[in-house]
Design a protein around this ligand. Structure first.
Ligand SMILES: [Zn+2]
Length: 140
């Protein structure tokens, strides 16, 4: 079962992943992920796309999320979830290239995998019922 921790508890428990975010576009895998999340394409069933497609913005999002976000501990590793402002879209979800929904939350995955770290978007509403495993408060 996945465990979620709010940003404050994640800090106090030392759960924040000690990752380098300066190389979030280093591997081919990472650059492919960035491509997927920077422009809509009809070849993807589901994809989320950042409104700002610059690599600088994308890397800033990853760094800010890792520094300030909530933490999700799952069997495959630790993810970070960061919502700068609930309801204020920072990107969109597309299905087969067609706009489907707005997204306001950054999710950083594969934080312990140097060549795998990347970010995509979700809607904060998907975490609205999620409570911190330590303090019981909301995670976002
Ligand atoms: Zn907490």
């Amino acid at each position: 079962m996945d465990l979620f921790y709010c940003p404050r508890c994640a800090d106090q428990l030392g759960l924040r992943p000690p990752m380098s975010t300066s190389d979030s576009l280093e591997s081919t895998y990472q650059r492919d992920k960035y491509e997927k999340h920077s422009k809509p394409s009809s070849s993807h069933h589901v994809q989320t796309v950042f409104d700002n497609s610059s690599t600088q913005y994308y890397e800033d999002c990853i760094r800010e999320a890792v520094e300030r976000g909530a933490v999700q501990v799952e069997s495959r590793g630790t993810n970070v979830i960061f919502c700068p402002s609930t309801g204020r879209a920072i990107g969109s979800k597309y299905k087969w290239g067609q706009y489907a929904d707005q997204q306001d939350t950054v999710v950083v995955v594969k934080t312990s995998d140097r060549g795998g770290v990347h970010a995509f978007l979700k809607a904060s509403s998907q975490y609205s019922g999620q409570k911190c495993a330590r303090c019981g408060g909301p995670i976002l």
